[in-house]
Design a protein. Structure first.
Lengths: 141, 334
């Protein structure tokens, strides 16, 4: 990363996080898609769909499982501190995230600030999960 | 000619589940009759170009189909399969019927017109905006037929279209099959276990057994055990209490097929003695072309043929108790 001029940049953080969550999303998505009834594929094909349209039908039917994998991945990434610290460097106003800020405040002995940031992070994560679940429930109905 | 199939073989795990030759003219209704596992569904999937045969030749509209080179997507647009338990996409009824039209890039106004027309045809126009996954089995089947018709197919393939629906929906589905064949000129191939339904609907009937076209009707298929009684006579035992005399050297669990024309009957009041008989109650009488088909409850439903003269002679009515004498030579053992 250093030789490519990416170290301590937001790009490096994004690349690191993507590598971290890709297996999680891939595994959960494959699991969701493979659970879809074979009849969906055959139905799409017999109605004249091509390979892309058939894949779209299957992804659409597996959408709840795919959204669930995104929620899991989001929870994993938003709470991540190691990659953000190592690849981002925790530079103020540049690569500082809530988790690295929490770690810094903790190291400084500012426990109140650290816990406050933790509570805010929890609320954001909880809020995003609520929104996802709301839409998932609504479309599932 | 719509389909011409020569020596078509489909092999699964070293076993030929299909080994068949047949042909179908355009604009006709073909009924495929056969027991479970006969290969009917496999044949429909091959005819719908969804399943590649192991070997053999398929000609569709006088052109040979090469599963490697032919544009199968184009062929699938002409031959649409409605599965035994059709699955609707988790969207509205409208979205489902609209799907084939969307992938054919048909404009929205025209799509709406076609969808409304088709839902009216299958009697589902009140459900246009209903969630498809909340429909009953019969309603699902009707929407699936409308969705298949939206493709404007040359042939519609239906796998046991009335297998899991109530009588009301069965009547509606049979009406739809007749209408799409007569008024739209669409060829129909359907599978069924019901000989009476096949006679009602089909112009031609094919009996399929163990993946092949069978010459005789394999009806009244039962699973059971061959046993010998104290007198040394061989019986086929169904459900532990129903004994049917047969001639075989086989033993253990087998399947038999009783020829509907190989059963003699007499009224329960007659003092018929001698031959071993089974008692039963007539629960249905149907007019067939050459004779009368009677469905008799002998513990299991048994379909038999009775001549018109016999019916008149013994004044047979629904609900009558009768004696049945089986001809062991007319019982086939598998």
């Amino acid at each position: 990363m250093g030789s490519m001029g990416l170290l301590y940049t937001t790009k490096a953080m994004i690349i690191g996080q993507v590598i971290l969550i890709l297996p999680v999303i891939a595994t959960l998505t494959i699991s969701a898609v493979s659970r879809i009834d074979e009849r969906y594929r055959k139905t799409a094909l017999t109605l004249g769909a091509n390979a892309f349209e058939t894949a779209f039908v299957i992804v659409r039917e597996a959408r709840f499982g795919i959204i669930a994998s995104i929620i899991v991945a989001f929870g994993r990434v938003i709470a991540e501190v190691g990659i953000a610290m190592m690849l981002g460097g925790n530079a103020r106003g540049f690569t500082r995230t809530m988790t690295t800020a929490m770690a810094l405040e903790f190291d400084k002995g500012e426990f109140t600030m650290s816990v406050a940031l933790g509570v805010v992070l929890l609320l954001i994560s909880f809020g995003v999960n609520l929104v996802f679940n709301y839409f998932q429930g609504k479309t599932g109905d | 000619m719509l389909y011409e199939i020569k020596n078509l073989i489909k092999n699964y795990n070293g076993r030929n589940v299909l080994d068949i030759s047949l042909s179908l003219e355009k604009g006709r209704v073909l009924g495929l009759l056969g027991p479970n596992g006969a290969g009917k569904t496999t044949l429909l999937e091959v005819l719908a170009f969804l399943l590649r045969p192991t070997s053999g030749e398929i000609r569709y509209r006088n052109k040979t189909v090469d599963f490697e080179k032919t544009d199968l997507i184009q062929l699938r647009k002409e031959a649409v399969l409605v599965q035994q338990k059709p699955i609707l996409f988790s969207a509205t009824v409208l979205n489902n019927v609209e799907f084939p039209l969307k992938i054919r890039r048909i404009e929205k106004k025209e799509r709406e017109r076609i969808v409304n027309e088709l839902l009216y045809l299958v009697g589902m126009e009140k459900f246009t905006h209903a969630r498809a996954d909340r429909l009953s089995g019969g309603e699902t089947q009707r929407v699936a037929i409308a969705r298949a018709l939206a493709c404007s197919p040359e042939v519609i393939l239906m796998d046991e279209p009335t297998a899991s629906v109530d009588v009301e929906n069965q009547i509606i589905i049979e009406r739809i099959i007749r209408e799409i064949n007569r008024h739209k000129g669409i060829s129909v191939i359907f599978t069924t276990h019901d000989m009476i339904q096949a006679s009602r609907l089909a112009d031609d009937i094919l009996f399929i057994y163990e993946g092949r076209v069978a010459e005789s009707i394999h009806e009244n298929i039962f699973s059971g055990v061959i046993e010998k009684d104290l007198r040394g006579e061989t019986f086929f035992l169904i459900q532990d209490n129903l004994k049917i005399p047969i001639q075989t050297s086989k033993s253990g669990v087998v399947r038999i097929s009783i020829d509907p024309g190989g059963v003699m009957i007499s009224k329960e009041t007659d003092n018929a003695q001698g031959d071993y008989h089974v008692r039963g109650r007539v629960i249905q009488l149907t007019d067939e072309k050459a004779c009368i088909r009677a469905l008799v409850d002998i513990g299991v439903p048994l379909s038999i043929f009775i001549s018109r003269e016999m019916i008149k002679d013994i004044l047979l009515c629904i609900g009558d108790e009768i004696r049945l004498v089986f001809n062991p030579e007319r019982i086939e053992i598998f």
